[in-house]
Write a protein that binds this ligand. Structure first.
Ligand SMILES: [Mg+2]
Length: 429
């Protein structure tokens, strides 16, 4: 049998317009960055992956891309060792940081992830089966997502060519409810998450209570990204008990989360204190979190995310899914993974509806495969991930990357260009 080997690797950094969404460390820059990975085989197949595109991460991806030709896409264990070897030769430390909020000790899982996804895409295309079949098969044919609400400014300050967006300002409970109505009317979301950590907790509780009144039947989540002390977190949990389905990262760190968890029956979720396999044992031992948010970009691809799912099931923890600003290749991978993960019972996060600046290309995949109906996306049934690159769109978003000047995500730096004395709000309240 001839083995279809990787013959060529193409890595394309791209940028797309992002609205001024507020969070605990600042505000989203006008342009969000992603890297699109193509693995070509000598038989003409192309496997796709998508990941972060901060310049440090890009350099690591390129170092792996340089040594990948000749590799067998079925050999993902060998790929993992290869990534570890390449990064081990790097100088300057092996850790990785994303968005000013998430830090991991090793970059191996995050660098490995897009290569693994692209290998699985290749293998599944060759087998003429969807990627979900490589993960044990889809247990659901649609994947539900939650509507992701943000406090935001009406537009980016200064002169960028993505001016005021169609969403408008959202700085108080009434404006958050209006934003939620737009999300629910436009996409049909059956649950809602509010990104908090922007205003004092009383204001954010009031926004959640306004959402409860406006949407009596919808599960609600609040995620202040560790903006509160344990004492404040316990007070908020008392106020929102029975109102939220979970509180996400009310306070930073496993120890502080455990203190809060010991004082409330409100489930605590995290994508901040448990973001790598080495965090699981201490979190379980401390009974710090009830729900882990998976993220295949951070946890080392689709099969290592399935491993995470097995661990959370073993220890009686729930499983949800985290999102960063992303494009269609990532969305397709998220949908296949979620479809093939039986215990992923919470609606997944997605930033996808925020790619709505008019008059500009907003994705790199051909449209029509990943449409939202009733807040969910149908699992693609075509071979591989089921999405194809549109070369014109990819070129347009790459040109945008070259011209936009953004080379890493810096929410705090950008916020200080507008509010010079801004400090990140972590554990501030
Ligand atoms: Mg979060």
């Amino acid at each position: 049998m001839t083995i279809n080997r990787i013959s060529r690797v193409v890595l394309t950094p791209v940028a797309f317009a992002d609205p001024p969404l507020l969070n605990v460390v600042g505000v989203h820059q006008p342009w969000a960055l992603r890297a699109i990975l193509e693995l070509h085989t000598d038989s003409g197949l192309v496997g796709l992956g998508e990941t972060y595109a901060d310049e440090t991460h890009l350099a690591r991806l390129e170092a792996v891309a340089d040594v990948l030709p000749g590799h067998d896409p079925y050999d993902t264990h060998g790929l993992y060792r290869l990534v570890a070897d390449v990064l081990g030769k790097e100088t300057g430390g092996a850790g990785a940081s994303f968005g000013g909020m998430l830090d991991v000790d090793s970059a191996v899982d995050t660098v490995y992830s897009p290569f693994e996804v692209a290998c699985l895409d290749l293998v599944a295309r060759e087998a003429d089966r969807p990627v979900s079949d490589l993960l044990g098969g889809a247990v659901r044919d649609r994947v539900p997502f939650s509507g992701y609400l943000f406090y935001k400014w009406a537009g980016h300050p200064g002169s960028t060519d993505n001016g005021p967006d169609e969403w408008g300002e959202a700085l108080n409970p009434d404006q958050i409810v209006a934003q939620a109505k737009r999300m629910v009317d436009g996409w049909g979301f059956g649950s809602l998450k509010l990104k908090g950590g922007v205003f004092p907790p009383e204001e954010e509780c009031a926004a959640i209570e306004a959402l409860r009144t406006a949407f009596p039947g919808l599960p609600l989540r609040l995620d202040p990204n560790g903006a509160w002390t344990p004492e404040t977190s316990i007070r908020v949990a008392e106020r929102l008990a029975g109102v939220v389905e979970y509180l996400e990262d009310p306070t930073p760190g496993i120890d502080a989360m455990a203190r809060v968890a010991a004082s409330t029956d409100v489930p605590l979720a995290t994508n901040m204190c448990v973001i790598a396999f080495e965090h699981l044992a201490p979190a379980v031992a401390a009974d710090a979190v009830q729900i882990v948010l998976s993220d295949h970009h951070l946890w080392g691809g689709l099969r290592r995310s399935a491993l995470l799912a097995g661990i959370t099931e073993t220890f009686g923890m729930g499983l949800s899914m985290h999102s960063n600003s992303h494009l269609g290749v990532s969305l397709a991978a998220m949908v296949h993974l979620a479809a093939a993960t039986p215990n992923l019972t919470y609606a997944c996060d997605t930033h996808y509806p925020w790619k709505t600046c008019s008059g500009m290309a907003q994705d790199v995949v051909r449209p029509g495969v990943l449409d939202f109906t009733d807040g969910s996306v149908a699992v693609p049934t075509g071979p591989g991930l089921g999405v194809e690159l549109d070369r014109d769109l990819l070129g347009e978003l790459h040109e945008r990357y070259l011209s936009c000047g953004v080379r890493r995500r810096e929410d705090t730096v950008y916020m200080r260009s507008v509010v010079p004395d801004f400090t990140p709000n972590t554990a501030r309240w």
